[in-house]
Ligand binder design. Structure first.
Ligand code: HEC
Length: 102
């Protein structure tokens, strides 16, 4: 019985680790689709916006979300489009991904 419990616990831990890794992967995918044409991370991407490799050390979650939802509020002359309609799961994955970069 004890053994069955530890097998279940090991499996649960594996599922959690995998889910976290998948969220970061999904974030990377969202980034490549929606952001990489304008932003460089780790030396790759477009040069229209600033490099974002270390952006999570500079901006807090709230500030990142504000930038994504309403870029013009923070910088009226911003040419970055709003990502207000991005599904919450994509937004969360994106934030996780940006935090893995720094
Ligand atoms: C059409 C080009 C374009 C796209 C697409 C774009 N951005 Fe931007 N982004 C910019 C520009 C230009 C700026 C600088 C002006 C400003 O502050 O808004 C910027 C600024 C930012 C900043 C603030 C950086 C700082 O150092 O203060 C963040 C964070 C950011 N973008 C994240 C993203 C993310 C995440 C995506 C994808 C969901 C994205 N951007 C898509 C052009 C773009």
């Amino acid at each position: 019985m004890k053994r069955a419990i530890s097998v279940v616990a090991a499996f649960a831990a594996l599922v959690l680790v995998t889910a976290a890794a998948q969220a970061a992967d999904k974030g990377e995918q969202v980034f490549k689709e929606k952001c990489a044409m304008c932003h460089v991370v780790k030396g790759k991407g477009g040069k229209i916006g600033p490099e974002l490799t270390k952006v999570a050390t500079k901006l807090k979650d709230k500030e990142l979300i504000a930038q994504l939802e309403n870029p013009k509020k923070l910088n009226p002359s911003s040419t970055m489009p709003s990502f207000k309609t991005l599904p919450k799961a994509d937004m969360d994955a994106l934030l996780k991904y940006l935090k893995t970069l720094k």
